[in-house]
Design a protein around this ligand. Structure first.
Ligand code: HEM
Length: 92
């Protein structure tokens, strides 16, 4: 089962993606950055799930949360880039 938080990310992300892609002709950079962002998101969800189920394994306990935090920060950066690309495209 997906956690409620992950389900919300996927649902809102899918809605935003459909809305953005249908609303205007976007530069090729938009889908490229979007695919990278979604890929990192899925990677983060997989690592988070593993950290949860394997929390008793000492070797995994410390590295994974830092890795997760790092990936999360990169995803927020990509979301900001997507917004900039999108706003630029609809302004033109
Ligand atoms: C894996 C499923 C995900 C999909 C399909 C997805 C997709 C999207 C799309 C299409 C946008 C709109 C960008 C734009 O044109 O303005 C967006 C925005 C955003 N996403 Fe995601 N995303 C996902 C996961 C995540 C995760 C895991 C995070 C956080 C770590 C995140 C954080 C954000 C933020 C902060 C925004 C900006 C919202 C705004 O400015 O209105 N997303 N996402």
């Amino acid at each position: 089962m997906l956690s409620a938080g992950v389900a919300v990310f996927i649902l809102t992300g899918a809605l935003l993606a459909v809305q953005r892609l249908a609303s205007a002709p976007l530069p090729i950079s938009y889908p490229i950055v979007l695919v990278i962002k979604v890929g990192l998101g899925v990677w983060m969800f997989v690592l988070a799930r593993r950290a949860g189920t394997n929390a008793s394994i000492g070797a995994l306990r410390v590295p994974i949360p830092w890795q997760l935090a790092g990936i999360g920060v990169v995803i927020y950066g990509l979301a900001i880039a997507l917004r900039a690309i999108y706003e630029d495209a609809i302004r033109a």
